[in-house]
Design a protein around this ligand. Sequence first.
Ligand code: ZN
Length: 250
Amino acid sequence: MARNPGPYTGPGTNTWVLDDGSGAVTVIDPGPVDTAHARAIMEVVAARRLQSVLVTHTHSDHAPMANPLASEVGVPAVGYAPGPSFEPDIRLLDGARFAVGSLRLEVLHTPGHSGDHLCFRAGDVLFTGDHVIGGSTVMVEDMGAYLRSLRKVQGVGARKMLPGHGDEIDDPRSMIDWYLAHRLRRHQEVLEAIRSGCETVSEVVGKVYAEVDSSLHPLAARSVAAHVGLLAEEGRIAWDDDRLVLLPSP
Ligand SMILES: [Zn+2]
């Protein structure tokens, strides 16, 4: 775990060192640039042969050390697309499969938390980055894409999920069910708030998150904005200048 605890990172970012048992390893999400953490990663790698450094997505708590670590060892940095402090040597598309020694890794493009998000499947283990994390929900940029990506990983039938933050998840199916139920309930609450007369994101936040400390309302506003975006995609609401309006049901 990287030493970057905080409101967005929980106890810190999890870095995974994936070992096939025959001396080849790959690193997933080395985290922010931190020489002590780089040293800790290389101590775990030890005498084994590091093959590549993967990133699940390019947020600043996951990817910035990928390029420095990969180039120091002379291996490729691998991800979906370039980001603010990440430049992939190899870009992976949805469905790509590749080997880490004797292990086969399958790539799932899982947009929603961010557009460039990947999960990696090794057998019945799924590395989930910030798509699903241990112990809480995640920030969502695109709610429609996020719900589709949750159903996609549900379909993989993993028996264990190793997330970017928090503890390992031993019951993926019930965790993803809970994630989906939570989002769908919020989605309904946001729609109800607009039905009851809320005309802006901040009015919706005030109603739906009334019981939540107001210091968290800016975070809640990002989540509500993602739900509002999906309601618009669904043709249930529209923006009239800067006011939300309910559209008649089809
Ligand atoms: Zn993230």
